[in-house]
Design a protein around this ligand. Structure first.
Ligand SMILES: Nc1nc2c(c(=O)[nH]1)N[C@H]1C(S)=C(S)[C@@H](COP(=O)(O)OP(=O)(O)OC[C@H]3O[C@@H](n4cnc5c(=O)[nH]c(N)nc54)[C@H](O)[C@@H]3O)O[C@H]1N2
Ligand SMILES: Nc1nc2c(c(=O)[nH]1)N[C@H]1C(S)=C(S)[C@@H](COP(=O)(O)OP(=O)(O)OC[C@H]3O[C@@H](n4cnc5c(=O)[nH]c(N)nc54)[C@H](O)[C@@H]3O)O[C@H]1N2
Ligand code: SF4
Ligand SMILES: [Mo]
Length: 738
C-alpha cells in the first residue's frame, strides 16, 4: 500500500502542489493534488518524472574525485570537504579571494536555502564573484525595472485582465513569462473565453500564440521596433491615461518624441508584420484605458532578451503599462500579497527608478560590471582564461551546467579545463561534471523540506511567477535518499567548507522586493559549531513572513490564506514617479532606428535566423536522463517546409548550421508553425566540443557553440546574441564524416 504525502514540485518555478506516492520508503509515483485550491491537480511531465529522477540508477549517490586518468573515484563527503577547503585556502592565500567564484544555475530554483548560504560563503571569503544563470537568461528585466521604477502596489491580475501582450515567451510550455504557472494553458483558455485580448509577438505560432487575439508573427530581433510602434500608435491617437501620467509618470514628452518615427508602415516593413494588425493590436491593448481596475500588462520572455536589445524591449514594455496607467489604484485588491514574505503596504505610488548598472564590482573584460541582474556570466569564461590579478581559479558550479548552457561552448570548454579547482554540485554526470575535480551530489527535492517562499519572491521578475492569490505551502522531507548514499545538501557543503576554513556564515530573512532593501531584522549568524537543520534555515528565511511559518506548517498541503490587502492611497507629500523617458534607453531606441536593420552582409552570407525554443519534458539540459521515450534524444532543427524544399532537404536530413563564429550539425524537421527564414532549435543539447560531434543522433548538438561572447553583446549585462543568430544551412551527409 502506498502512503500519500503532499509535497511541492520544485523542478521549475511554477512550484506545483503534488501528491507523492511512497512505497516502502521509495517514491513510486507523483500526481497532482486535485484538492489544492491553487493548482487544482495540475502537473507536467517533468514533475511526474520525479520518481524516475529520485530513483534513477545513474543518479550519483557518493562524492567523486577525478583521478589522474580522467576517471572518478569515490570519496567520502567529509574527506572531500577537507581536501576542497584546504585547496581553496591555499589558492586564496596565493591569489586572493576574488580567485574563488560560484556559478548557480537553474537548479537552484528548488530552494532559497542554498543560494542564501552560497552568497554568505563568498561574502565571508571576501569574493564578489557570485554568478547566476540570470545574466544569460533575461537580464533586461532588472535593467528595465531600474530604469523605469516599479509600482509599489504590484501589477494587475491576469485572471481579470482585459488585455495582455506576451513578447517572445511561450508560457504554455515554459510555465514562465506571461500566464500564471498554475496550469498556464488552462489559465489562457479561461482568459480567452472571458474575452481577454491577448497579443503575442513571436516568429512561431507557439502553443501560446494559438490562444492569441492577434499574433504578430514578426521577424525575431525586431521587438524594440514593434513595441515602439505600438507606443507610437497609442500616443498619437491619444489612447493613453493622461491623468495617471500627469500624476505618476516622468519623461512622457521624451518618449513621445522618440517613438514618433516608428510609424505603422515603418514597423510593418521592418518587422514583417501587417500595419493593420499592428494598429489592431495597439487598440486591443489600450482599450481599457481610464477604467480603474481594468487593463493588462506586457510580459517578455527569453526571445527578446536573447536578441540583443532585451533591456530596451523590457523597458518599452513597462512604458506601455505606464502610459496606459495599467497599474492597480487605491482601493483595488493587491494581486500578489506576500504570505511567506513580509507584509507590505501596497500604495498607489511609484518606487522610483534607480541606477541598476555599473555597480562597483568590475569584470576585467569588455568594461562589464555587476548590475541589478548580477555579475555578467557571459564574461566568466574570460575571467578564468585571462591571466593576471583577479583571475578566477576556483569555480563552484551549483545546480548549473556551463558546458551545455553558457554561450560560446568552445571558450567555456577551455575555461573549465583551465580551472585549478572545479567543483560541481549535481545529481548526475553532466558534461560539466565530467570536467570537474570533485562532484558533490545533493539530496533531491523530495528528500528535503520545502516552502513556497522562493516562488512568491519571484513575483517582480515579470515572469508571470509568484502567486496571484495569498497562497503558501510547506512540506517536510518526504523520502530519504537511497540507502548507503553519501549525499550533501548544497547549503551544507558551503557550511562544511565554512567550518573548516574558520568562516562565520549568516542567513538573512527574505525581504521581498516590496521592501526594496534587505531588511536587517531576521539576519542571523549560523551556529558554526552545531550544524543547523534545513528546517532551521527555512525558519530563518521566513523570520519576517506575514503569516508565521508555524501557522503554515499546521496546514499540510497548499492553502489560500485570508489576506485581503487593498491598495492604499499615495503618501501625502510623495513626489516620486515612474520614468518612461530614460535617456540611456531612448538613445538605444534611436540607435535601433539608425542601425542597418537587416545587416545586408548577414543576409547574403547567413540567410537564416536561429531562434530559441523550449521543450515540455525537460528543463534546459536537465531531465533528459529520465524523460519518457517519446522525447527525441537530439534537438531537431525545426524549419518551415518551404525552406526545406528550397534547400532540397527532407525531415531527418542532416545539415551543418554555421554562424559567423562556429558551426554545428543538426537534424532538420519541418514545422509549419514557423516563419520562413527561421531555424528554431532547443538549447543545452550535445556533448563536449570535438569529443561528441559524431553522437548527433544520440545527444544532439549545442547551439551555444554558435554564439561568441565578445561580439554583439549587451554593454551592461554582457548577454550576447543567443537568439536571432544569423546562420547558413547546408546539407551535410554525416555518414561520410564518421
Ligand atoms: N543557446 C542558448 N543558450 C542558453 C539558453 C537558450 O535559450 N539558448 N537559455 C539560457 C537560460 S534561460 C538559462 S536559465 C541557462 C541555464 O543554465 P544552467 O542552469 O547552467 O543549465 P541547466 O541545464 O539548467 O543546468 C541545471 C543543472 O542543475 C542540476 N540540478 C537540477 N536540480 C538540482 C538540485 O536540486 N540540486 C543540484 N545541485 N543540481 C540540480 C541539473 O542536473 C542540471 O545539470 O542556459 C542559458 N543558455
Ligand atoms: N518545459 C520547460 N520549461 C522551462 C524550461 C525548459 O527548458 N523546459 N526552461 C526554463 C527557463 S530556464 C526559462 S528562462 C523559461 C523561459 O521561458 P520562455 O521565455 O517562455 O521560453 P521559450 O519557451 O523558449 O519561449 C521563447 C519564445 O521566443 C521566441 N523568440 C525567439 N527569438 C525571438 C525574438 O527575437 N523576438 C520574439 N518576439 N520572439 C522570439 C521563440 O520562438 C519562443 O517561442 O522557461 C523555463 N521553463
Ligand atoms: S510545471 Fe514545474 S513545478 Fe509544475 S509539475 Fe511541472 S516541473 Fe513541476
Ligand atoms: Mo532560464
Amino acid at each position: 500500500m502506498a502512503e500519500i504525502h503532499s509535497g511541492i514540485c520544485r523542478v521549475c518555478p511554477a512550484y506545483c502542489q503534488i501528491l507523492a506516492h511512497v512505497e516502502e520508503g521509495k517514491l513510486v509515483k507523483v500526481t497532482g493534488d486535485k484538492n489544492d485550491p491553487y493548482y487544482h491537480g495540475y502537473t507536467c511531465p517533468k514533475g511526474r518524472a520525479l520518481p524516475e529522477q529520485h530513483n534513477n540508477p545513474k543518479r550519483l549517490l557518493t562524492c567523486k574525485k577525478q583521478n589522474s586518468t580522467g576517471g572518478f573515484d569515490d570519496i567520502h563527503s567529509e574527506a572531500a570537504m577537507d581536501e576542497i577547503a584546504e585547496k581553496i585556502q591555499a589558492i586564496v592565500a596565493e591569489h586572493g579571494p576574488r580567485s574563488v567564484a560560484i556559478y548557480a544555475g537553474t537548479g537552484q530554483v528548488s530552494s532559497p536555502v542554498a543560494p542564501s548560504v552560497a552568497v554568505s560563503f563568498l561574502m565571508a571569503l571576501g569574493s564578489p564573484m557570485h554568478f547566476t544563470s540570470s545574466t544569460i537568461d533575461q537580464p533586461g528585466k532588472h535593467i528595465a525595472m531600474a530604469a523605469h521604477g516599479l509600482w509599489s502596489a504590484g501589477e494587475l491580475n491576469f485572471n481579470t485582465a482585459d488585455s495582455w501582450i506576451i513578447v517572445g515567451a511561450n508560457p504554455v510550455i515554459s510555465k514562465a513569462s506571461g500566464a500564471p504557472g498554475n496550469n498556464p494553458a488552462q489559465r489562457l483558455k479561461e482568459a480567452q473565453a472571458r474575452g481577454l485580448k491577448l497579443v503575442v509577438i513571436d516568429p512561431r505560432v507557439t502553443e501560446t500564440a494559438k490562444r492569441a487575439y492577434i499574433h504578430l508573427q514578426a521577424k525575431p530581433g525586431e521587438d524594440p521596433t514593434i513595441l515602439a510602434g505600438l507606443l507610437n500608435i497609442i500616443l498619437a491617437e491619444g489612447l493613453y491615461d493622461r491623468e495617471f501620467i500627469d500624476e505618476d509618470v516622468d519623461g512622457f514628452t521624451e518618449l513621445k518624441q522618440s517613438v514618433a518615427k516608428f510609424t505603422p508602415e515603418y514597423v510593418a516593413n521592418r518587422a514583417g508584420v501587417d500595419a493593420k494588425d499592428l494598429i489592431k493590436a495597439a487598440h486591443a491593448y489600450a482599450f481599457a484605458v481610464g477604467q480603474q481596475g481594468k487593463g493588462g500588462a506586457v510580459t517578455m520572455g527569453t526571445g527578446p532578451n536573447m536578441s540583443l536589445h532585451g533591456s530596451l524591449s523590457e523597458y518599452l514594455g513597462y512604458c506601455l503599462m505606464s502610459v496606459c496607467g495599467y497599474w492597480p489604484r487605491e482601493g483595488d485588491k493587491v494581486t500578489k500579497p506576500n504570505v511567506l514574505l513580509p507584509a507590505f503596504e501596497a500604495k498607489a505610488q511609484a518606487m522610483p527608478p534607480y541606477k541598476g548598472w555599473d555597480y562597483p564590482d568590475k569584470m576585467r573584460v569588455r568594461n562589464l560590471s555587476k548590475t541589478a541582474s548580477g555579475m555578467p556570466t557571459a564574461a566568466l569564461s574570460d575571467e578564468i582564461l585571462l591571466d593576471g590579478d583577479g583571475q578566477v581559479k576556483v569555480l563552484i558550479c551549483m545546480a548549473g551546467n556551463p558546458m551545455m548552457a553558457w554561450p560560446d561552448q568552445e571558450k567555456t570548454y577551455q575555461a573549465m579545463q583551465k580551472l585549478e579547482l572545479l567543483i560541481c554540485l549535481d545529481y548526475h554526470m553532466t558534461a560539466t561534471a565530467e570536467l570537474s575535480h570533485y562532484i558533490i551530489p545533493p539530496k533531491l527535492s523530495l528528500e528535503t523540506p520545502a516552502t513556497t517562499q522562493l516562488c512568491e519572491g519571484n513575483k517582480h521578475y515579470g515572469y508571470g511567477l509568484g502567486f496571484d492569490e495569498p497562497y503558501a505551502s510547506y512540506a517536510p522531507a518526504i523520502v530519504n535518499p537511497p540507502a548507503n548514499s553519501d549525499v550533501v545538501e548544497e547549503w551544507a557543503f558551503y557550511y562544511g567548507l565554512g567550518q573548516r576554513m574558520g568562516l562565520s556564515l549568516f542567513i538573512a530573512a527574505q525581504a521581498g522586493w516590496d521592501q526594496f532593501q534587505e531588511s536587517q531584522a531576521g539576519f542571523a549568524m549560523l551556529d558554526m559549531q552545531h550544524k543547523p537543520t534545513t528546517d532551521d534555515l527555512h525558519i530563518n528565511l521566513t523570520a519576517n513572513s506575514r503569516i508565521p511559518l508555524d501557522e503554515i506548517k499546521k496546514h499540510r498541503g497548499g492553502k489560500i490564506y485570508a489576506v485581503d490587502e487593498k491598495v492604499q492611497a499615495k503618501d501625502l507629500d510623495f513626489a516620486g514617479k515612474l520614468c518612461v523617458g530614460n535617456a540611456m534607453m531612448l538613445q538605444e531606441l534611436a540607435d535601433v532606428y539608425e542601425e542597418d536593420f537587416i545587416a545586408s552582409q548577414s543576409v547574403a552570407d547567413y540567410p537564416f535566423r536561429l531562434v530559441c525554443r523550449r521543450l515540455n519534458a525537460v528543463i534546459n539540459s536537465a531531465g533528459r536522463e529520465v524523460a519518457d521515450t517519446n522525447l527525441k534524444p537530439y534537438n531537431p532543427a525545426y524549419m518551415h517546409p518551404d525552406d526545406l524544399a528550397k534547400l532540397g532537404l527532407s525531415d531527418g536530413d542532416t545539415v551543418s548550421i554555421r554562424s559567423s563564429h562556429a558551426s554545428i550539425f543538426g537534424v532538420v524537421e519541418s514545422d509549419t508553425t514557423l516563419l520562413t527564414g527561421i531555424v528554431s532549435m532547443p538549447h543545452a543539447f550535445g556533448g563536449l566540443p570535438g569529443k561528441d560531434d559524431n553522437k548527433l543522433l544520440q545527444i544532439g548538438s549545442n547551439t551555444g557553440k554558435l554564439t561568441p561572447v565578445e561580439k554583439n553583446y549587451d554593454p551592461l549585462t554582457g548577454i550576447p546574441l543567443m537568439s536571432n543568430i544569423p546562420v547558413q544551412i547546408e546539407s551535410m551527409d554525416l555518414t561520410k564524416l564518421w
